[in-house]
Each structure stands twice: as structure tokens, then as C-alpha cells.
Design a protein around this ligand. Structure first.
Ligand code: CS2
Length: 473
């Protein structure tokens, strides 16, 4: 059994593809903050493809972790020379490759200065981010990502160096614009010159990213060991599907990602809307109600005809009609592809993964459609049912009264509200940080309240069955 590292790379099983380039010649044009499964299965794979094509030499990745919990990623990656395995799985089988695009990993809490100096180095031309949907809010602690980026940009400006591009890869509509606002929000009063320099020089392309990447489990480690003969402390298992659509607005050069299948466009908005409002929203809709119904994996939920119908109709009847046409994409096809991807049994995407951080995800994935549907006088029933599912989930007690832990930064506030108010959604709707103006809609409160009542008294399956029957079709 080989442990994964630079030395063992040349003696691995032939079923495992390995980097075909000289990793020592690769420099870090990219610093990535927030190295998790998704980044490693997405951006790093594109860069690895480019490097294999001989087109990415200056665009290797230096991974950075800034949260104390990132020590686990450091401990896994550093002894492996930052190599790791990506296994794509579906009913057709498994394919594995070793990704070599990341050649260094820095752990901020141990050495904040070397993180800053790497960000401020001439060779760093892009700083990409996966810091979760909740990572862009107001937080003025010095260890905040944007505080760190501001300090790095301050040093670059002072030293007469060119800026870097900030590339958010989180699932937010206008993720680049959101990153820009968050970064500018970290400037201090006396920073007017730095502000002007940033505004004139730093760019924040919006992009749409997509690859379903479950959390790595011990079973995945075992799979990599048994099927591919390598000991990897933290492999990534994901679906074969991979997509990246990016605004071509880079301040200091960019890798030719189009050679690896990424798509550049001047307006990414319609693609982001489509992906977040169809894929991510469907995930949330089936996640909470599916959890309540006792499911463990997404493919099990979508295999249940009731849920399949719910998700198909949610997309078809309530979400897609609100979307603008998406250049080059047939939305009916897109929806079908999503249903097939959700049904992939091999990746075992965890319902608990989908359910975490709802207070950040629900407002980004579900509520914009709900708001627009209400304003347009269109049906909101299935969207409301999805939101009611989340509110019922927030109680932290399943349908057999068994408690479970809510994995949400606002859990301490939201759980008592959900428990006390039960079928009355108004205390939760009144959380303006989450619901904004939507919380004032009596129509919505009545609709969600009706579903909550049923969810508490009859459970998730009965509520869905009834809602779909009443809707007709
Ligand atoms: C998921 C996403 O976190 C979630 O709730 O919807 O992680 C999803 O799997 C990815 O965005 C797919 O690209």
C-alpha cells in the first residue's frame, strides 16, 4: 500500500491517473482560501487539467486555511505534498485521479504573516475563495478573510505591485459583487487612498460553479485504498458533472481555463440564477423535508416518487417560469439533467450536508424566487412548503420526537423560536436578517403556517402528498 506523496506518485496503480507535469516547475499564480472538498474537486481539477496540457505553469495553487478547524486539512495535505485523490462516481463506475495542482498549503493561525506575504507576493495574481454562503456577512474580526485581503492589498499598493483578482467560488448570486462589497466594507476610515486604488485596480469576476461534492467519509478512504491501492488521508468523492462559467474580468491575467472546459462570458447572471435557484434550491427543498421523512442520502429522496414529483414540479411550475432565458441552455433539459444528477446513487450525498447552514442558504437559494413569485402574483405553494420544511427542521426534534443537532451559526436564536412558535411562522418570518421584507407578507405567513400545522401534526410525507394532490396535475 502506497502513501500518497511526491515520491510514491510514480509507483501507483495504473488505474489511478497521476499528474503528467513537473510539479517542481509550477508556481503559485493562485492562492485559494477555504480549501474543502468542493475547491479540490472543482477549481483545482481545472488547473490540474491545464497543467497536464502544458498550459498552466504559472497557475498552480497555494491553499490557505484561516479557521482553526482548517488544521485538519493541513494535517492531511502537508504530509502528502498536497496531493490528493478525486474519485468521480456514478452508476457507470468509478474513475480516480491524483490532483497535483496544489503545491503548498498554509495554515493562517500558525503563521498569519506568511499568509499575508504570500498574498502580497508578485507571483500571486488571483485569490480565489470558497468560504461558504455565510462567509460574506458583516464580521469585523481581524481574522476575517476580507480583513486579510485588505491588508495584503495594502502591502501590494505600498510596494508598487499590481493587484490580484478576487474570485469568489461560492453559491451566491453575484458572488463577485458580493465579495467586492464585503472587501470594501473592511476598509477603515483613513483608507481613502487604498480604497481608490482597490476600486480602480482590483476586479471581482462573478462566476457560476457546479459540482456536487459530498463530505468525505471513512468509507471513501477505504474505497480509495481498496479500489485504487493508495492511502489518502483526505480524498474527495464527487459526481462526474463539472461546470464553471466565469465573467472574463481579471485584473492581473488569468489561466486559459477555457482549454479545460470552463466557459467565459460577459454576463454570468442568468447562469448563476439558473443554477442557484434550480439546483441549490431543490437541494434545500428536498433536504429538510427528506430529513424529516427519515432519509439519509439525496439519491434516496429523489428515488421516492412523491419527492421526485415535488422537485420536478417545484422547478417546472414555480421556479423556472421566473427565470430569464439562459444563453445556450434549454431549461427543460437542464432540469432533467438535475434530476438525473440528484439520483446518482454512487456519490451518497448526505442529507445532513444539504441541511447545514440553512440560515445562510435558504435566503440565497429559495427566498429570491419566493419574493418574485409573490410580487408577480404567481403560485408560491411549493416554495412555501420548502420553507415550512426548513422551519419545522429548525425545531431540532424529528417526527418521532428524537432530538438532533442543528448545524447552523444562528441555531441558538432560531431553534427556540421554532420550538415555541411551532405552527405559527411569524416569529421566524420576523427575522429580518433572513427574510427581509418577505416577513411582512400575510399571504406568505398564512401559507407557510398551514403547511407547518400539517408538518407538526401529520408529518412530512402526508403534507407533501396532500400538497401535490391539491395542486392537481
Ligand atoms: C448544495 C451545494 O450546499 C448545498 O446545499 O446545494 O453544495 C451543491 O451541492 C453545489 O453547489 C453543487 O454545485
Amino acid at each position: 500500500m502506497s502513501t500518497l506523496n511526491n515520491l510514491s506518485l510514480f509507483s501507483l496503480s495504473s488505474t489511478l491517473a497521476v499528474p503528467r507535469y513537473d510539479r517542481h516547475a509550477v508556481t503559485h499564480g493562485i492562492v485559494h482560501i477555504g480549501v474543502g472538498g468542493f475547491h479540490r474537486a472543482h477549481e483545482a481539477v481545472y488547473i490540474d487539467d491545464l497543467l497536464n496540457l502544458g498550459k498552466g505553469e504559472g497557475w498552480g495553487i497555494c491553499g490557505v486555511g484561516i479557521r482553526p478547524a482548517d488544521s485538519a486539512m493541513r494535517d492531511a495535505l502537508v504530509p502528502q505534498d498536497c496531493l490528493y485523490t478525486v474519485v468521480t462516481r456514478d452508476a457507470a463506475g468509478d474513475t480516480a485521479r491524483v490532483i497535483g495542482a496544489m503545491t503548498q498549503y498554509l495554515f493562517g493561525p500558525d503563521d498569519p504573516e506568511s499568509v499575508l506575504e504570500t498574498l502580497a507576493a508578485l507571483e500571486t495574481r488571483i485569490v480565489s475563495l470558497t468560504i461558504t454562503e455565510g462567509g460574506y456577512g458583516v464580521d469585523t474580526s481581524p481574522q476575517n478573510v476580507f480583513g486579510i485581503l485588505v491588508e495584503a492589498l495594502r502591502r501590494r499598493r505600498k510596494r508598487g505591485l499590481p493587484p490580484f483578482t478576487v474570485l469568489s467560488c461560492d453559491n451566491l448570486q453575484s458572488n463577485g459583487d458580493t465579495a467586492r462589497a464585503a472587501l470594501l466594507g473592511h476598509l477603515r476610515k483613513g483608507d481613502s487612498q487604498l480604497r481608490a486604488w482597490i476600486e480602480a485596480n482590483v476586479t471581482f469576476p462573478n462566476c457560476m460553479v457546479d459540482r456536487i461534492t459530498p463530505q468525505t467519509t471513512d468509507a471513501d478512504r477505504l474505497l480509495v485504498r481498496q479500489e485504487f491501492g493508495v492511502e489518502d488521508a483526505w480524498p474527495v468523492v464527487c459526481e462526474p458533472f463539472l461546470q464553471w462559467i466565469i465573467e472574463d474580468n481579471f485584473a492581473n491575467g488569468r489561466p486559459p481555463l477555457e482549454l479545460a472546459g470552463a466557459q467565459f462570458t460577459s454576463d454570468v447572471h442568468p447562469y448563476e440564477m439558473m443554477k442557484i435557484r434550480l439546483l441549490n434550491a431543490s437541494h434545500s427543498a428536498m433536504g429538510y423535508l427528506g430529513f424529516l421523512a427519515g432519509f439519509e442520502y439525496i439519491h434516496e429522496i429523489i428515488a421516492a416518487p412523491l419527492f421526485f414529483d415535488f422537485i420536478r414540479r417545484l422547478m417546472d411550475e414555480e421556479i423556472t417560469p421566473l427565470l430569464a432565458p439562459v444563453p445556450g441552455i434549454d431549461l427543460a433539459d437542464y432540469q432533467r439533467t438535475l434530476l438525473t444528477r440528484f439520483a446518482n446513487p454512487a456519490i451518497k450525498d448526505q442529507v445532513t450536508r444539504i441541511c447545514l447552514d440553512g440560515s445562510s442558504k435558504v435566503p440565497k437559494f429559495l427566498l429570491p424566487s419566493l419574493q418574485e413569485a409573490l410580487a408577480a402574483g404567481r403560485s408560491t405553494r411549493l416554495l412555501s412548503l420548502a420553507v415550512a420544511g426548513w422551519m419545522r427542521y429548525l425545531a431540532g426534534l424529528d417526527e418521532k420526537n428524537v432530538p438532533y443537532v442543528l448545524n447552523d451559526p444562528l441555531a441558538d436564536r432560531l431553534q427556540p423560536l421554532a420550538r415555541e412558535s411551532k405552527a405559527d411562522p411569524r416569529p421566524l418570518l420576523g427575522q429580518t436578517q433572513i427574510f427581509g421584507d418577505l416577513g411582512e407578507s400575510e399571504v406568505l405567513a398564512a401559507e407557510i403556517g398551514g403547511f407547518l400545522l400539517q408538518l407538526y401534526s401529520a408529518g412530512s410525507i402526508a403534507t407533501l402528498t396532500d400538497a401535490l394532490a391539491r395542486e392537481g396535475k
